[in-house]
Design a protein around this ligand. Structure first.
Ligand SMILES: [Mg+2]
Length: 235
């Protein structure tokens, strides 16, 4: 194994799903949880705007969570200390039901265990626009919650989002390594394969390929999720 670290995207990579279907279900569920405090359409508008602010943020002094809160609470008029517990209840009580919008496969765990067997340390490099509680829940859905990960990128700890190449540089820094020791595995040509720009090797998972045509598609490797088993065995 040439790579000391293998980074995996979650949605559409380890956890098969249609991103649009999932996003729609998520927005409806969270909007209905807070409907007593703010009209759903208005809430969704503020949520998407604050998410955009996170994705566009370039200030390395602010965590994604801080960027989100600075944008979301003044816009929406909601009070952080009052809304925080409502969101927590949403993630604890409602979010788990969204598992039905995904199509977990045992292949995910098999791929991770094969990478570990050949000496790689594992990272969950999911776009850090969600709190840790939501990412841990999706790892459970994917059947990989018990796998030891060296790092899981959440909005509490990261300062950049995909497709900013600085997101991948920050991961390498967290691992105390250089990007050249990392392989990024993902299904999104723009968000995941941009890791190549900082020197990481890239593997495009084509099962649920997302391609907007904004970025030249030049992954180092490509194939289906299940092909990764033979790929790791052959490295
Ligand atoms: Mg993805």
């Amino acid at each position: 194994m040439d790579f000391r670290y293998v980074l995996f995207d979650l949605d559409g990579t380890l956890l098969p799903m249609n991103k649009q279907t999932f996003l729609k279900g998520y927005l409806e569920a969270v909007a209905s949880r807070v409907a007593a405090h703010i009209p759903p359409r208005e809430f969704i508008g503020h949520l998407l705007a604050a998410t955009r602010a996170m994705i566009e943020n370039t200030d390395p002094a602010l965590t994604n969570r801080e960027v989100f809160n600075r944008e979301f609470f003044p816009r929406s008029g909601l009070i952080e200390s009052a809304a925080g517990p409502v969101f927590e209840r949403f993630y604890r009580e409602d979010f788990p039901a969204l598992a039905v919008l995904t199509r977990p496969t045992p292949t995910a765990r098999h791929v991770l265990n094969t990478a570990r067997k050949y000496g790689a340390q594992l990272v969950i490099a999911t776009n850090p626009v969600f709190p840790e509680i939501a990412i841990r829940e999706r790892l459970r859905w994917a059947g990989v919650a018990g796998v030891p990960f060296r790092l899981v990128t959440t909005y509490e700890i990261m300062h950049f989002c995909k497709p900013n190449p600085l997101y991948y540089e920050e991961i390498a820094a967290c691992l105390n390594t250089v990007p050249e020791n990392c392989l990024m595995v993902g299904n999104d040509v723009e968000e995941d394969m941009v890791a190549g720009e900082v020197g990481m090797a890239t593997y495009l998972v084509e099962d649920h390929l997302i391609r907007r045509g904004l970025y030249p598609c030049r992954p180092d490797y490509r194939g289906r999720l299940q092909d990764l088993v033979a790929f790791f065995e052959g490295l």
